[in-house]
Ligand binder design. Structure first.
Ligand code: ADP
Length: 172
């Protein structure tokens, strides 16, 4: 039986932290689906299409058993639909633990068939989050060590675009 896992997240944008986790998961499972959330509550800076394109460039093109998909609603329903048996989550620091434990427990309650598998972040990337990367990029800092080249370029463009729009709206 093909063992499928799902790696859910907003990936706004994808970082080397995510890339490491998905590549390691792909060695354990037959197939791993990066499931990108399409919820508006997170207020992402990249559109869904932009996030998908960045993931395609950095993760799915290079690995045959990594797929990409979009999901809305309850993760356990998506797991049923795809026949996946495990949720992959990355753990960076103790601060991730409480939230992740709550999520894993509620998902177990909603569907007893589903297991959550935690992978420890690589030490080199344990302090990276998409939020942190966005803050550094917004202020013009060098993020090339933390994100694939395609993402670094996209972030630069995004903040340039935002800056131009801001200047325009102040002027008129
Ligand atoms: P969410 O929208 O659920 O907060 P993210 O897109 O930020 O998700 O991240 C998805 C998953 O990747 C989460 O399990 C998160 O803990 C994990 N993750 C994020 N950054 C890293 C990192 N640097 N190292 C390991 N795991 C990470």
């Amino acid at each position: 039986m093909t063992k499928i896992a799902v790696y859910p997240g907003s990936f706004d944008p994808v970082t080397y932290g995510h890339v490491h986790i998905i590549q390691r998961a792909a060695k354990i499972f037959d197939k791993v689906i990066m499931a990108v959330t399409d919820d508006n509550y997170k207020n992402t800076i990249f559109s869904l299409e932009e996030r998908l394109n960045l993931i395609k460039a950095c993760c799915t093109q290079k690995n045959k058993n990594i797929e990409i998909d979009v999901f809305n609603g309850l993760l356990v329903d998506y797991m049923e639909k795809t026949g996946a048996v495990a949720i992959i989550r990355g753990l960076r620091a103790v601060s991730d633990f409480e939230y992740e434990m709550q999520m894993a427990s509620i998902n177990k309650h909603l569907n007893r068939r589903v297991e959550t598998v935690f992978l420890m972040s690589d030490a080199e990337y344990s302090f990276i989050s998409s939020t942190m990367i966005k803050n550094v990029a917004r202020l013009g800092g060098d993020i090339s060590h933390f994100v694939p080249e395609e993402v670094a370029i996209a972030l630069k463009e995004k903040y340039k675009e935002k800056y131009i729009n801001k200047v325009k709206s102040n002027r008129y």
